[in-house]
Design a protein around this ligand. Structure first.
Ligand code: 13P
Length: 255
C-alpha cells in the first residue's frame, strides 16, 4: 500500500522504564528495526531516561520524543521542563494533550495550544492528541468533541506549523483497554479530522498532515488499521514497552 504521507510510529512509554530498563528496550529495538526506512520511528521515554536513550540511539533510525513540555521557556515553574531543555537531548517530537494529561492534570485545549506554539518555536514537532470518551461516543458527540479539541488545541498555528504537526486520534475508551477501534471507526474519525483541517487551514495542509491512531494497537491489528486511507501511523502505549511487539507493529504495517 502506498500513501503520500510517510507512516510514523511512536512509542509512548508513559510512566514506565527505569534508565536500565529503557536501555534494554532500546537495544532490542535497534536490532529489530535496523533496516526500516519506510516509516518514521519515535520513542518517547520518561524525562529521566531521555539523556541515556538519546545517546543509545545516536547511530540508529530511531528518533526521540518527550511526553510533555511546558508552554513557558524559563523561570519559576516547579516541576516543569522547557523545550530548550529537551533539545539538549536531541528530542525532535513532543506528545501534547494526551488524554491522561487532559484527565489527571486537567489540561485544557487552550493550554495545549500554548504548548504547541512553544514547541514549534523551538523546532520540536508536536504530536497533539485528541479523542472522545465512551460516553461522548455513545451520546453521538464524537465529531463535536473532536472539532472542539482540534480547533482549540491547534489554535494560532500557521499553515507551515500545522503541516509539521502530527495529530494522534486516540479514543479514550480504546486506551489501555484492549478494545481497539475498528478500522472503519478509526477511518471515519481520521477522515473527519482531515476534512476539518481543510476548513480551518487549507486543503494542501490537510493532505500533508499525518494523523496517527492510538488505542490498543497490537501487532495483530496494526496492518488493518494502517490500510485505511487516512491513518498514517500509530501512537502505541502498552505494546511499545516490549521491543518485539513494537517492532512487529511497524513491520506488519509496512510489509
Ligand atoms: P495503549 O496502546 O496502551 O492502549 O495506549 C495508547 C496510548 O495512550 C498511546 O499514547
Amino acid at each position: 500500500m502506498t500513501k503520500d504521507r510517510k507512516l510514523i510510529f511512536a512509542g509512548n512509554w508513559k510512566m514506565n522504564k527505569t534508565v536500565a530498563e529503557a536501555l534494554d528496550l532500546v537495544r532490542g529495538l535497534k536490532i529489530e528495526l535496523a533496516n526500516i526506512k519506510e516509516a518514521d520511528i519515535v520513542v518517547c521515554p520518561p524525562f529521566t531516561a531521555l539523556s541515556e536513550v538519546s545517546k543509545a540511539i545516536l547511530d540508529s533510525n530511531i528518533r526521540l520524543g518527550a511526553q510533555d513540555m511546558s508552554p513557558n521557556n524559563v523561570g519559576a515553574f516547579t516541576g516543569e521542563i522547557a523545550a530548550v531543555m529537551l533539545k539538549e537531548f536531541s528530542v525532535r517530537y513532543v506528545i501534547l494533550g494526551h488524554s491522561e494529561r487532559r484527565q489527571y492534570q486537567k489540561e485544557s485545549d487552550e493550554l495545549i495550544a500554548k504548548k504547541a506554539a512553544a514547541s514549534h518555536a523551538a523546532s520540536l514537532k508536536p504530536i497533539v492528541c485528541v479523542g472522545e470518551t465512551l460516553s461522548e461516543r455513545d451520546g453521538g458527540n464524537t465529531q463535536q468533541v473532536l472539532e472542539t479539541q482540534i480547533r482549540g488545541s491547534l489554535a494560532g498555528l500557521n499553515k507551515d506549523q500545522m503541516t509539521e504537526t502530527i495529530i494522534a486520534y486516540e479514543p479514550v475508551w480504546a486506551i489501555g483497554t484492549g478494545k481497539t477501534a475498528t478500522s472503519d471507526q478509526a477511518e471515519e474519525a481520521h477522515r473527519f479530522i482531515r476534512q476539518l483541517l481543510g476548513q480551518v487551514f487549507d486543503e494542501t495542509v490537510a493532505r500533508k498532515v499525518r494523523i496517527q491512531y492510538g488505542g490498543s494497537v497490537k501487532p495483530s491489528n496494526a496492518r488493518e488499521l494502517m490500510s485505511q486511507p487516512d491513518v498514517d501511523g500509530a501512537l502505541v502505549g502498552g505494546a511499545s514497552l516490549e521491543s518485539r511487539s513494537f517492532a512487529d507493529i511497524i513491520k506488519n504495517s509496512i510489509g
